[in-house]
Design a protein around this ligand. Structure first.
Ligand code: SF4
Ligand code: SF4
Length: 417
């Protein structure tokens, strides 16, 4: 399932129309069994919960394929509360020719690692997944401290369970990704109020050390792929609800600048050891945005080529966060982004922001090559990072969670600190 030249050629027609390959994120359900303080869907929140029917999900997947989607994600809530439906959706997607099929979990089914049937239970799950063409499965991990992660999630023993399960998954050719939802608990040591240059440096260093510890922690647990979800803070009323107004994910602009700088500086130290999905060109764009400079920022393709489908009504939305922009039932939805400029920058949702930045120069090449050349000449910093990201993605086999990492290729990205 590696990425081939034919995959790029198949997308050429899309790029020629000024579009990027489509992405759909479908919320199977908003039911969840975890207690995460950073999320509005945690089990203790009281609201009417929903689950999309299999029939509608299949119709949506068929429509997604017709709409040119080649990356589909099944999210929750907790998607593995409905494993049969989830597996059927993955199969339906691959039957429709969708290549990048992703899902994730809080890994609640990996609690109870000390029970006698744990290994058999994990094997049964791995067998089921191995029989599909699922490209990525992510396990959420909120910090580098196992105890703190388990306390945040309300899932005692889940980290040990992941550690025991990862080699079993590997036997079945499955390499899950550790997904870090960035929050204040990632920092190492106390983080100061930002009042001076000195406190900014301390803030940045505490997160940089936190990111280093997180990468080492994930590596020691046996993960080979890692991603970071940028903090999502909102005061309610989003479609997705995967965010919170809690201080744990609420960062000021000044703090975000230090946070994204810390992440960008920590990544190179681990690129030869772990497949790290986070593109540094995207972090540069976010940093520039927060510093008031949007040079080389390609804007988000949410609502143009990327869409979010809610678990309540099964309706399309530009993303999970722009409330009040209901585009109707997804199974009847026709994506028509022609001529719409990608310009939204209202949030940092990495699911849409990262691929928007990575695909930006490619869409511009087909749409407005002179503009791209001029950008290229005037913004070496961005293009240096962008080209490095593309080379790195290639060395990582485009994060195929069904293949082992190629450490020989990744070793080209080894840095001395
Ligand atoms: S972050 Fe995920 S696991 Fe945690 S409450 Fe929200 S949906 Fe559930
Ligand atoms: S930037 Fe955020 S709010 Fe805007 S379309 Fe993208 S995901 Fe949605």
């Amino acid at each position: 399932m590696s990425l081939k030249l034919s995959d790029f050629l198949r997308n050429t027609g899309t790029f020629l129309k000024g579009r990027a390959p489509g992405q759909a994120i479908i919320q199977l359900t908003d039911h969840c069994n975890a207690r995460c303080p950073q999320c509005g869907m945690r089990v203790q929140e009281k609201f009417d919960r929903h689950r999309l029917s299999d029939e509608r999900l299949f119709a949506m997947i068929d429509r997604a394929a017709e709409n040119g989607v080649n990356a589909i994600s099944f999210t929750g809530g907790e998607p593995f509360l409905h494993t049969d439906t989830l597996i059927n959706c993955v199969n339906r997607s691959s039957e429709n020719g969708i290549k990048f099929i992703r899902t994730g979990t809080n890994a609640y089914f990996l609690t109870g690692h000390d029970k006698p049937d744990f290994t058999d239970k994990v094997k049964r799950m791995a067998e089921r997944i191995a029989a599909t063409k699922l490209y990525t499965i992510w396990f959420s991990l909120d910090t580098w401290n196992a105890e703190l992660h388990e306390e945040m999630r309300g899932l005692r023993g889940v980290v040990k369970g992941m550690e025991k399960a990862l080699p079993i998954f590997a036997e079945y050719g499955i390499y899950p990704s550790a997904n870090l939802g960035i929050n204040r608990n990632v920092s190492f040591g106390d983080i100061p109020e930002l009042t001076s240059g000195e406190s900014k440096a301390v803030f940045r260093e505490s997160f940089m050390e936190g990111f280093r510890r997180f990468y080492s922690f994930a590596e020691n647990l046996g993960f080979t792929i890692v991603n970071a979800c940028y903090p999502m803070s909102a005061d309610g009323n989003t479609v997705y609800r995967a965010e919170s107004a809690d201080r744990i994910v609420k960062f000021t602009v000044e703090e975000k600048i230090e946070l994204f700088t810390a992440l960008s500086e920590a990544i190179p130290e681990y690129r030869s050891r772990l497949r790290i999905f986070t593109p540094r060109s995207s972090l540069l764009s976010l940093l520039r945005q927060y510093k008031g400079d949007e040079t080389a920022d390609y804007g988000c393709r949410g609502g143009i080529d990327f869409f979010y489908i809610d678990g309540k009504n099964g309706h399309a939305h530009p993303c999970g966060f722009r409330e009040g922009e209901d585009m109707g039932a997804y199974e009847q939805f026709e994506a028509k982004g022609f001529g719409i400029k990608a310009s939204c920058r209202k949030c940092d949702w990495e699911c849409f922001r990262d691929p928007s930045t990575l695909l930006g120069p490619v869409t511009e090449f087909f749409e407005h090559p002179a503009g791209l050349l001029s950008r290229f000449a005037n913004d070496r910093e961005f293009f240096r990072l962008w080209l490095e990201d593309i080379r790195y993605y290639s060395a990582c086999g485009f994060f195929n969670g069904r293949e082992k990492p190629d450490f020989t290729k990744m070793s080209r990205f080894k840095t001395t600190k």
